[in-house]
Design a protein around this ligand. Structure first.
Ligand SMILES: Nc1ncnc2c1ncn2[C@@H]1O[C@H](COP(=O)(O)OP(=O)(O)O)[C@@H](O)[C@H]1O
Ligand SMILES: [Mg+2]
Length: 322
């Protein structure tokens, strides 16, 4: 049984003019204890998937899914039912740790409060001790003293460790990390990746790692879902997708991955792919990638279905899989 199944997820934003169709038929499956990466350039809709999952999309978002289930229970995305899973069943680590921290309270107080929903009868003392132990565990030195400090007294990397501790303390079934290291410089990034990596081996929680970096996903995930302009172009086991990519977009994405741990510059477009990501309010009728695809041919004016080359590894391209 899988922990999370989403079939045919669609998200549109109603605007003053035409509506923008941001996610087009996204399928995602995460097994118990499995770590899945969501890859793709900036703007491809990765955070939209994460936010839809948490019921956090803006009010003008229209969400629908053919089928969605979490831990054996169906979920109505349109009614934002999954919002009730947030904080206890699903925890999230954002790119900017300050999103999750309150500047007004000490780290200790926040790490205690986050546990309240799950451990309602525990004493403050017990929750404090538990928080201190987890804080030390994610590599915060001198955790006992640090518990009494405020977020601004921590460096960016240390704050992200605090947020990871926060996520761990609620013992979620699913941990979503959205660009968890993108705001950090390279050395600190490597350390935080290391913390996530150890955590990955230790917890039984499933993970969804959202990142533009295939390197990070390769490090932390069992399988990967590659997105382009709100569409899943390919998915499969990390080793298969990395070594035998089937979609021309995945190939281009991998070719751009010069240094997976280099700081991300969102203004820098994929150097080897000419053209731009299509405007979500004007999605082309055929293949979403055709306008930039080096292997484009006549058939591509028709939308490719999710195909399987006999091994159940889906990709959306008219080319025969290698
Ligand atoms: N509230 C909104 N209204 C309209 N468009 C939005 C809104 N929020 C996000 N978008 C659009 O959704 C697209 C996907 O964004 P996002 O999910 O953040 O991508 P990623 O996380 O892959 O960088 C972008 O084109 C973005 O401009
Ligand atoms: Mg994002």
């Amino acid at each position: 049984m899988t922990l999370l199944t989403i079939e045919n997820l669609n998200v549109s934003y109603r605007g003053s003019g035409r509506s923008a169709h941001i996610l087009d038929g996204v399928d995602i499956e995460i097994g118990h204890g499995q770590s899945v990466g969501l890859a793709g350039e900036s703007g491809s809709g990765k955070s939209t998937v994460a936010f839809a999952l948490l019921g956090l999309l803006a009010d003008n978002a229209e969400v629908s899914a053919a089928y969605a289930a979490f831990d054996g229970r169906t979920q109505d995305f349109a009614a934002r039912e999954t919002a009730s899973l947030r904080g206890a069943d699903i925890a999230m680590i954002f790119q900017d740790p300050m999103t999750a921290l309150n500047p007004m309270f000490t780290i200790g107080t926040q790490l205690v409060d986050i546990q309240r929903r799950r451990f309602q009868k525990a004493s403050r003392k017990a929750l404090w001790a538990r928080a201190e132990a987890v804080l030390a565990d994610v590599g915060v030195q001198d955790a006992a003293a640090r518990m009494h400090r405020y977020p601004h007294e921590f460096s960016g990397g240390m704050r992200q460790r605090v947020v990871i501790a926060m996520a761990l303390l609620v013992e979620p079934k699913l941990l979503i990390a959205d660009e968890p290291t993108t705001a950090l410089d390279a050395t600190i990034e490597a350390q935080v990746v290391d913390v996530l990596h150890r955590l990955r081996q230790r917890t039984s929680a499933s993970m969804l790692v959202v990142s533009h970096s295939m390197g990070l996903i390769a490090e932390l995930c069992d399988s990967v879902v590659v997105m382009y302009a709100g569409t899943v172009v390919e998915s499969g086991k990390v080793a298969d997708v990395l070594h035998r990519p089937r979609h021309p977009y995945t190939r281009a994405l991998l070719a751009c991955e010069i240094d997976p741990f280099a700081a991300f510059d969102p203004s820098q477009d994929l150097a080897t792919i000419p053209g731009n990501v299509p405007d979500p309010s004007r999605r082309p009728k055929g293949c979403i990638f055709a306008g930039r695809c080096p292997a484009r041919h006549d058939r591509c004016s028709e939308k490719p279905p999710q195909r399987h080359a006999g091994d159940g590894r889906p990709y959306a391209c008219w080319l025969e899989a290698a």
